[in-house]
Each structure stands twice: as structure tokens, then as C-alpha cells.
Design a binder for this molecule. Sequence first.
Ligand code: FES
Length: 164
Amino acid sequence: MPETVLHVNGRREALTLDPETPLLWVLRDTLGLVGTKFGCGGGFCGACTVHVDGVATRACAILLATVAGRPVVTIEGLAHPVQRAWAELDVAQCGYCQAGQLMTAAALLARTPAPTDDGAAPTCEFARPCAAILAAASGALADHADAASSVDSANSVDSAEVAG
Ligand code: FES
């Protein structure tokens, strides 16, 4: 089996695996990065979203060979203001897919630093994620030191839950 080099969360990983292995299984089963979740397995639900070259990418639908040598970031490697917004606005419901939601939100904000609310967010089922994305984009969270310290505590718990 050929060796494939991955760069995951800033670490170089040399892997001897079938190059046709979906990235999701490489992350979870080989590298132990279980924060990236399996949902539909078909590229539809987004639970497995990671960043490849900074772009939100379904890890279940991309092969190891395709990401060789390219930077991959998982929820374990994400450090973004939207995570604080997620905790402060209590976005998580069951939490299963929140890693994928956070990765998608961070990629959105990288592409669109100042998103706007089209008016649908307050009534749609995604009102809290939308509000958290707008809060992270506005930078409003950084102005509240008291809230930030309590959110930091919450984030350490959330990170452990997400990684599980
Ligand atoms: S597990 Fe649903 S998109 Fe990958």
C-alpha cells in the first residue's frame, strides 16, 4: 500500500492506507479525531464537515488520495469566534452535528466576513445558528469580558462533548 501524507490540524501524518478510503474514516478510525461525525454517509447532512484548503468539505464524500498534501482542519483544530457565539447563544440541540455546523459556519465567515440577515432567520428552524454566526461576524462577543470567561468554561465542556 502506498504512503499518503496528510496535514491535519497542522500535524503531518504519514499513512499507509487504501487511498480510496473516505477521509471521514481516516480521521475517526486511524487518527482518533472523532469530533467529525458520521451521519448520512452520502454527502448530504453535513455532520462530517471539515475544512480542506479552508473550504467546508464533506469528509464522507472525499477520498484520502484527494486530500493528500492538502491542509485539513477538523473541529479539534478549529479556533474561531463562532465557537464562543455557539456557546453563548446556546445553539446546540442534541449536539451530534454541531461540529459540522461549526465547521460550515467558520468557512462561511471566512468567505463572507460580514453576512447579513435576510429576515428569515428569526422564524426559521436555524434561528440560533444564524444569530450566532451574525454575532461572531459582528465581533460583539469580544466586548463582554464577563460573558467571555463564562463562555470559555462552557467551551471547554463543549469541546470535550464534541470530541466524544
Ligand atoms: S455524513 Fe452526512 S454529509 Fe457526510
